[in-house]
Write a protein that binds this ligand. Structure first.
Ligand SMILES: Nc1nc2c(c(=O)[nH]1)N[C@H]1C(S)=C(S)[C@@H](COP(=O)(O)O)O[C@H]1N2
Ligand SMILES: [Mo]
Length: 509
């Protein structure tokens, strides 16, 4: 095997060799992924980690870091990898192979993670492994001390400095080029082209008075920038509309394979829909409204011909995420579920599923709103979807809920008439009534904003007369089936939180 040196490599140089070899491996993996497609090994490992993380830990991460949870994961991964890389280098102060074995094992983890992902990143992971081991050998070789004479020490140091600088440059360049190739200028131009290809349909206008922005509610339509985002994707999948295909198959008479243009040859309609995440805590912000344009899911199901015995449409994203939506819901004549291509007048933003996603009024996103949709299988309930396998409910209609947006918790407002305002939602049923009360007193009916549709949220406001001091206001909604929101506090798992939102604030005289 390797040469035995009498003088061990200085610690710093050994650690740097480990770090740089690992950096080169990541850079090469990134470049290979950019050239060959598929996730880079780093992203594959991150994705596998997300899928393997037990639910309570995921929830903890989300509650600690919020939507920065993925950044936190990436930072954590970088720190752990850097630490292990330095250790690999330090293990190799005399011989090159102990560190090379550690780096090789890293590489194998990358290969295993890549194999576990739906899109093929194995070539990139193997490239990463080979480059890591070879660069480590090279750096180790240059780091070895030829002898202890001052001139030899100096020459050795210079040699190592030059080689490591070259490795840094090459790895950095590979990483940047790889990142550029992956982010694909291709997708941006594909979105621009899609804007022209999506048929123009008349968009239902939002009537005046649909929100109470001046009283503190959100705007009726949420801009694409402000629209909440929830998914398991470590990096946003980049799919060009030109490369996209949807397979609709399973328990159907005639399986369909549709390109983007073929999808858009079907009947297209616009619908304004409020979508909500099952992980939305009482009072939370994981709810937004947009006008989506797309092809009715029902039309496609009728075209394919659903066979008897079928129970759900099992949808899969390009990154392997899955959802299961009951067919009886999707086949309702007036449900209005869409394979959406356009959101608020623009092709779907990449974070919201470009080129095609599903949206189903009345069902939480995790069972219905698959982004970067590529596969739809008509099947039975035997197949468990992503969150169902992790203990969440198989079916998840959105619960009737309401939220107070103003006054804000902890705020101080003048005593006297205080306007309390917020939102209420009962998608696909509609809101009939909202009430507010202060300090456990009598419920007072709230004024409702103009009704837009039963598939969207409804803004409300009420004026309560409050004396100076601390107060708690609560709200509750009643939907059009006559059901009033339950006060019972339940957590988001397994099928959505319940309870009345309560906000504490102070009135000054
Ligand atoms: N591919 C994919 N689609 C997905 C998810 C995901 O993790 N991956 N999350 C779902 C969940 S839990 C919700 S609430 C909605 C959120 O959609 P948005 O990010 O556009 O608001 O997307 C759904 N679609
Ligand atoms: Mo969600």
């Amino acid at each position: 095997m390797g040469s035995m040196t009498s003088v061990p490599i200085p610690r710093l140089r050994a650690a740097v060799a480990g770090l740089l070899a690992t950096g080169a491996a990541l850079g090469a993996g990134h470049l290979a992924a950019g050239l060959a497609g598929g996730p880079s090994p780093f992203v594959a490992v991150g994705g596998a980690l997300i899928d393997l993380t037990p639910d309570p830990v995921k929830e903890l991460a989300i509650s600690l870091f919020g939507t920065a949870d993925k950044l936190a994961l990436q930072t954590g991964m970088v720190l752990v990898i850097a630490l292990l890389a330095a250790v690999a280098g330090l293990l190799s102060r005399r011989r090159w192979w102990p560190g090379a074995i550690v780096i090789g094992l890293f590489g194998l983890i990358g290969v295993a993670a890549a194999m576990s992902r739906p899109s093929d990143g194995v070539a990139a992971a193997l490239t990463s492994l080979v480059v890591g081991v070879v660069v480590f050998w090279l750096l180790h070789h240059t780091a070895e001390m030829a002898g202890e004479a001052p001139a030899e020490v100096d020459a050795g140091r210079r040699r190592f400095l030059i080689t490591s600088s070259l490795v840094v440059l090459a790895a950095g360049a590979a990483g940047i080029v790889g990142g550029f190739l992956q982010r694909g200028a291709g997708v941006i131009s594909s979105q621009l082209a899609a804007a022209a290809r999506i048929p123009k349909v008349s968009v239902p206008p939002i009537p005046p008075g649909a929100d109470f922005v001046a009283s503190g509610t959100p705007t009726f339509l949420t801009s694409n920038r402000d629209f909440y985002r929830i998914d398991t994707a470590l990096v946003v999948p980049q799919v060009r509309a030109e490369d996209w295909r949807l397979r609709l198959h399973g328990l159907v008479r005639r399986a369909l394979v549709l390109s983007y243009d073929e999808l858009l040859q079907r009947r297209v309609e616009a619908r304004t829909i409020t979508i909500t995440c099952v992980s939305n805590e009482v009072g939370g912000g994981l709810i937004s409204t947009a006008t989506f344009v797309g092809v009715p899911v029902r039309d496609l199901l009728l075209e394919a011909g659903v066979r008897p015995g079928a129970q759900q449409l099992f949808t899969t994203s390009v990154d392997g995420y899955t959802a299961g939506t009951p067919l009886d819901v999707l086949l309702e004549p007036d449900r209005g579920a869409l394979l959406a291509v356009n959101m608020n007048g623009e092709p779907l933003p990449t974070e919201h599923g470009f080129p095609v996603r599903m949206v189903v009024p009345g069902l939480y996103g995790y069972v219905s709103a698959t982004k970067w949709l590529v596969d739809a299988e008509v099947t039975t309930f035997d197949r468990q979807h992503y969150w169902e396998r992790r203990g969440w409910a198989r079916q998840a209609p959105i619960k009737t809920e309401s939220r107070i947006d103003r006054p804000r918790a902890g705020s101080v407002v003048p005593a006297g008439p205080v306007t309390v305002a917020g939102i209420a939602w009962a998608q696909h049923t509609g809101i009939d009534r909202v009430e507010a009360r202060a300090d456990g007193g009598r419920w007072q009916p709230a004024e409702l904003a103009t009704d837009v549709s039963r598939d969207t949220w409804r803004m409300w406001r009420a004026t309560l007369d409050l004396p100076p001091g601390g107060h708690v206001v609560e709200c509750r909604a009643t939907d059009r089936t006559g059901r009033t929101q339950t006060p019972e506090r339940r957590p988001v798992v397994p099928d959505g939180a319940t309870g009345w939102h309560a906000v504490e604030f102070t009135c000054t005289s």
